[in-house]
Design a protein around this ligand. Structure first.
Ligand code: FES
Ligand code: FES
Length: 215
């Protein structure tokens, strides 16, 4: 049977083969080479400064910063919770600002400085925020914790720079480290274990020290 379309010259068979190939490509995990020769041409070169070290990648331009960190650079501290900007588990800092790494593409950060939980401190020399989370039991399962800590560090820097929040009544008041402020500013980081009281205690201690209070 002749399946040629007399109007546009395409055959029904050719359309079906092309569609099937598209479905296969769309269902492959990002970063997986379906056809190495063709994919190589589509890869983008990006250099990120990760925790002070330059790291170069040839990467599918659709790969998020979170997947680049976890799947390509094996930095699994930043966690994938929702993968669409609702939980904060993937929070890292880019050029000193906290961001949800699941909501941005790695190729958008060529040349940027990325700080992950691995770069904040290590077990022998904890960052003050990491030490405060340990001291105050600011975690239970720990899944949200890397994001909470990175977010808290970035958030305190925002406060020091005088950035108001939705609950700031008087932007002239310094410091702005009330629990109400801390809770509002950390509201993008969800803890399914509901460890919020301890998380706030930990952040309050670091914030207080930074503001010159005695802990
Ligand atoms: S994994 Fe990025 S916000 Fe939830
Ligand atoms: S400690 Fe379990 S989700 Fe926060």
């Amino acid at each position: 049977m002749d399946d040629a379309d007399p109007k546009d010259g395409y055959t029904r068979r050719a359309v079906l083969v092309t569609s099937a190939a598209g479905v296969v490509a769309a269902t492959l995990p990002l970063g997986v080479d379906a056809a190495p020769a063709a994919d190589t041409a589509a890869l983008a070169n990006v250099t990120l400064r990760i925790n002070g070290q330059p790291r170069s990648l040839a990467i599918d331009p659709r790969v998020t910063l979170l997947d680049a960190l976890r799947e390509h650079l094996r930095l699994t501290g930043a966690k994938k919770g929702c993968d669409h900007g609702q939980c904060g588990a993937c929070t890292v800092m880019v050029n000193g600002r906290r961001i949800n790494s699941c909501l941005t593409l790695a190729v958008m950060h060529d040349g940027d400085a990325v700080t992950t939980i691995e770069g904040l401190g290590d077990p022998k020399k904890l960052h003050p925020m990491q030490a405060a989370f340990v001291k105050h039991d600011g975690y239970q399962c720990g899944y949200c914790t890397p994001g909470q800590i990175c977010s808290a560090v970035g958030m305190l820097d925002e406060m020091r720079r005088g950035m108001p929040s939705h609950v700031t009544h008087d932007i002239a008041v310094r410091p702005l480290f009330s629990d109400e402020e801390l809770r509002e500013r950390m509201s993008g980081n969800i803890c399914r274990c509901a460890g919020y009281p301890n998380i706030i205690e930990a952040i309050r201690e670091v914030a207080g020290k930074a503001a010159g209070e005695t802990a």
